[in-house]
Each structure stands twice: as structure tokens, then as C-alpha cells.
Design a protein around this ligand. Structure first.
Ligand code: ZN
Length: 241
């Protein structure tokens, strides 16, 4: 089975559309949370995911938009954007976001936004944090987002992981190993590359590969300015930071 793995779309419809038109034929699409927040088109992004039949989990921004996650840890720009989001989302979006589970498990896959032990808030940036994770999920693979940085951590031994490069067009062979996979961010990449990021997981070949897609960043930035969203949030899209 081929699965499109998307995360951190952050209401960036232009980025999502570019990714959807770049996708190969897939059997399923999994979305690892933070579908809304920061960007200008939350309702349109949710409709697109519904049309795709995406299997999604709840991110911190998604919960904040519907009042189920505390916004106190948010920085001022993120909080302003989520307050704007909470005002503009329609009944369909509100119901969709409120229905999302924190953890989704199916077959060999577990999906969370942050980490398996703290699905909403924990960031898996370091090898040290990643090394604690294999004990926290049961399946072969755990898909995660939240950091906006594409990476694979392969479990090595009982309490260690090996980080593997996630370069475009260089497939990572999983070979039955347990692993944590972050596809990077569709709508607000932070690894210095402004192109939208996503991954394709081939469960038969036991292989994941990463893709980057350029999109119309100006379009998203213009809509953010028109909506009165914080300028810094629009500017960072140009740099992928
Ligand atoms: Zn995010």
C-alpha cells in the first residue's frame, strides 16, 4: 500500500494544492495534525482534506482553534493567528477539528502530531527524545509532525535511534526496522527550504521517500496580509524558517 504522509499544513491552501497535484497514485493519505493555524485558508484546507478522505490526527493548533487545547504555551504571533482562525472557521471546520483523535493506529502504523508519549505537545528534535519513543508505541512505524523538519529515526538496540537523512529522491529503506517518520511541513517548512514537504510511505516495499514541491508563496503571503495576520508569519514562508 502506498500512503501519502502530510503534516503541518497550517491553513496554507496554495502549498496543499501544489502537494496534491504532485502526489503519485496513493491508497491512503494520513495527515499528522496542525491542519490549521498561522495561515489564511483554514476552511478551504479542511474541505480539501475531506475530499481526499484523509486520515488525520489532532495538532496543538487544531485543538486551540476549537478551544480544547490551551493556548498559553503559544508565542504571541501564533496566538494571534489562532484567535483569528477561531473566528473564521465555519461549522464544518469546527466539527472536523473537534472530531480528530490524538492518536490513530492502524495495522503497522501509529500516527501522532507531537510524540507517542505526548501527542499534542512534545517535540522530537533530538536523538535523545527520539530514543525514548519506540517504547511508547506498539506498531512498526510511528508517523509524527510538529517540528516541521523531515527526518527518519530508526530504532537501534533497545534504547537508541539512528537518524537517517530525508533527502528528496533518496528513498529510506526501512527493512522491517521500527522507525519514527516525520514528513516535514506542507504549509510552513522550517528546515531552510521554503518548498512544501511531504513523504510517500510504501508499506509493501517497506520504504519511505521524501518530496519537496515549490508553490505560490506570494499567493499565501498576500492572503495573510489581507487577513491582517502577523507579518512575521508571512515573511518566514519565504525563507523556510
Ligand atoms: Zn505545526
Amino acid at each position: 500500500m502506498r500512503i501519502a504522509v502530510l503534516s503541518d499544513i497550517h491553513s496554507n491552501l496554495a502549498a496543499l494544492e501544489a502537494v496534491l497535484s504532485d502526489l503519485p497514485a496513493v491508497d491512503e493519505a494520513w495527515v499528522l495534525g496542525d491542519t490549521v493555524g498561522y495561515g489564511p485558508q483554514p476552511n478551504e484546507v479542511i474541505v480539501a482534506l475531506q475530499a481526499l478522505g484523509a486520515r488525520s490526527v489532532l495538532g496543538n493548533h487544531d485543538g486551540a482553534a476549537v478551544g480544547t487545547v490551551d493556548t498559553r504555551p503559544f508565542n504571541p504571533d501564533a496566538r494571534r493567528a489562532i484567535e483569528w482562525t477561531a473566528e473564521v472557521i465555519d461549522a464544518n471546520s469546527r466539527a472536523y477539528l473537534a472530531s480528530l483523535p490524538e492518536v490513530r493506529t492502524d495495522g503497522d502504523l501509529t500516527a501522532v502530531h507531537g510524540s507517542p508519549r505526548n501527542p499534542i505537545w512534545e517535540y522530537i528534535f533530538s536523538d535523545e527524545v527520539a530514543a525514548d519513543c519506540p517504547a511508547e508505541f506498539e506498531t512498526q512505524l510511528c508517523l509524527f509532525g510538529h517540528t516541521h523538519v523531515p527526518i527518519v529515526f530508526v530504532a537501534a538496540g533497545t534504547d537508541d535511534v539512528e537518524p537517517l537523512a530525508s533527502l528528496p529522491d533518496l528513498p529510506v529503506e526501512l527493512r522491517g526496522r521500527r522507525a519514527l517518520i516525520n514528513p516535514g511541513s506542507v504549509g510552513q517548512p522550517r528546515d531552510g527550504n521554503p518548498a512544501a514537504s511531504y513523504a510517500i510511505l510504501d508499506t509493501d516495499a517497506d520504504r519511505v521517500d521524501f518530496h519537496r514541491v515549490r508553490y505560490d508563496i506570494d499567493r499565501t503571503q498576500r492572503l495573510m496580509r489581507e487577513a491582517g495576520l502577523p507579518p512575521r508569519l508571512a515573511e518566514r514562508l519565504s525563507y523556510g524558517r
